[in-house]
Design a protein around this ligand. Structure first.
Ligand code: NAD
Length: 500
């Protein structure tokens, strides 16, 4: 790593601050291992400074009228759209995503900012007149204070944008700890937020790993923690945060199944499965990683293999590329180990992406599309989230068997069913214990007027991301019971809690 490589600053109180730490990590291009930047593991004092700055800014921001908060989001949305391509280029280079997919990552974040523009109607309370004699009752929502966001590598635009715009629109201030693997996109998002007119201190960014996270998680001045990442870390975040009496939402890993019924359109299924399993090299929490073939659809496996094999890998600016490299060599090795474990356990590897190269990029973290059949549920390739372009085929005879098998899997992030029967789809949506269901839609990520609602091991907490639930997560409700006296009539002393 040369001394000239750009050093990613921290963002504290509106200023870009060079970290004083001695500990730096390389941010690399996943296609060739070139070092793009160095990211600091912030010192404990720097984390403290970020929290204090957010705390001080909250004292003013919490009283800023809702229309002004909404107008900040309107300006931010316009700027993000103006810089959409530029953000996507930056994002593609640090993640390895294709340009089109990187644009999608940014776009799904812009949609949440659009949602945050509606903060006035989203945060309205309730009122009921005459709950007792001449007494009215009403509720209002108020912000919490300094909210914290800890985000994963796989959506460096969308996931930070799930968090800070909604939190700040609600009147909070924010400290973001982005993934240390791709911090440049979040820094650019923050710069545009400032350009949109965000007052200093509304958004801070600190970089680092578990020490920084643990400091944010246990600090007395951080009442709410939003986390997205792996299950192991998500469980730790939820346990530690709630032990410290904080409000926590932790979105975690997944194993998403697609059920294919014999009455489904074969072409639709084959295209959907190829895109949903191999897209983003399988590094999506909503990627389809298991296809459950019901009845005669087991004969569609050959065509599935051909469709997967055709998806072309490539670097971000190759317009023909369907997906890029994995994020880092360790992630690649982990996927290769799991593929080997599948083979050793006796699964049939119909398409093997283990020894995969892309011309001109010999050092890229490439894994090709991989397809396993003859998989049993005790195998690690079924038990674990692989987070690579690996698809597992399971065969069952009936819809009931498919539903039971999915409900027995510990994860509950996303699922989809392909069928032409409304009754089958209705039964599936009702009985499946998964938070996001697609009906002839392979990757059913909800738009922000709804919430992103993972279940079971894929989510710890109760209020989910964006939609109306984000407003509940980022605010307290206060309920007021009010009486205004019309005259001086003495109503006497009431010693009960009953309102009269
Ligand atoms: P990760 O858990 O390794 O890291 C997530 C964040 O936690 C990062 O900011 C990281 O610095 C921090 N972190 C890592 N180890 C930590 C530790 N020991 N203590 C405290 N903090 C720690 O996840 P990742 O590899 O960046 O992202 C991929 C994972 O995220 C996958 O499991 C994927 O399914 C999941 N994910 C889930 C959703 C969802 O909505 N459910 C969305 C996107 C990604």
């Amino acid at each position: 790593m040369s001394e000239q490589t750009q050093k990613v600053p921290l963002l504290i109180n509106g200023e870009l601050i060079p970290s004083k730490t001695q500990q730096w990590l390389a941010v690399t291009n996943p296609a060739d291992q070139q070092v793009i930047a160095q990211v600091p593991l912030a010192t404990s004092q720097e984390v403290e400074d970020a929290i204090s700055s957010a705390k001080a800014a909250f004292e003013t921001w919490k009283d800023v009228p809702v229309g002004d908060r909404a107008r900040l989001m309107l300006r931010y949305q316009a700027l993000l759209k103006e810089h959409h391509d530029e953000l996507a280029r930056l994002l593609a280079q640090e993640t390895g995503k294709t340009f089109a997919d990187a644009k999608g990552d940014v776009w799904r974040g812009i949609e949440v900012v659009e949602h945050a523009c509606n903060i006035a109607s989203l945060s309205m309370g309730e009122i009921l007149e005459n709950v007792a004699n001449k007494i009215d009752c009403y509720s209002i929502t108020q912000p919490l204070g300094v909210c914290v966001g800890i985000t994963p590598f796989n959506f460096p635009a969308m996931i930070p944008l799930w968090m800070f715009p909604m939190a700040i629109a609600c009147g909070n201030t924010f400290v973001l700890k982005p993934s240390e693997q791709d911090p440049l996109t979040p820094m650019r998002l923050a710069a545009l937020f400032k350009e949109a007119g965000a007052p200093d201190g509304l958004l801070q960014i600190v970089h680092g790993g578990k020490e920084v996270v643990n400091q944010l998680l246990t600090h007395k001045d951080t009442p709410a923690i939003s986390f997205v990442g792996s299950v192991a870390v998500g469980e730790h975040i939820y346990r530690t945060g709630t032990d410290h009496l904080k409000r926590v939402q932790a979105f975690a890993g997944a194993k998403n199944h697609m059920v294919v019924m014999p009455d489904a359109s074969k072409n639709q299924v084959i295209n959907a499965i190829a895109g949903a399993s191999v897209g983003a090299a399988g590094q999506r929490c909503m990627a389809i990683s298991v296809v459950v073939l019901v009845g005669e659809t087991k004969h569609w496996v050959g065509e599935m293999r051909d469709a997967l094999a055709k998806v072309k890998p490539g670097v971000w600016d190759d317009p023909e590329a369907g997906y890029g490299p994995l994020i880092n060599p360790q992630a690649k090795q982990r996927v290769l180990n799991l593929i080997q474990e599948g083979k050793d356990a006796g699964a049939t590897c119909l398409l093997d992406g283990s020894n995969f190269e892309v011309a001109g990029y010999p050092d890229g973290n490439w894994v090709g599309p991989t397809l396993f059949t003859d998989v049993t549920r005790d195998m690690s390739i079924y038990q674990q989230e692989i987070f690579g372009p690996v698809l597992i085929v399971l065969e069952v005879d009936t819809l009931e068997q498919a539903i039971n098998l999915i409900n027995e899997n510990p994860y509950g992030n996303g699922t989809s069913i392909y069928t032409s029967s409304g009754a089958v789809a209705r039964k599936y949506q009702h009985e499946i214990k998964v938070g996001q269901v697609g009906i002839n839609v392979p990757v059913p990520v909800p738009l922000p007027m709804f919430s992103f609602t993972g279940w079971r091991k894929s989510f710890y907490g109760d209020q989910h991301a964006y939609g109306k639930q984000a407003v509940k997560f980022y605010t307290e409700t206060k309920t007021i019971t009010a009486r205004w006296f019309e005259d001086d009539i003495d109503t006497g002393v009431n010693t009960t809690i009953e309102l009269k």
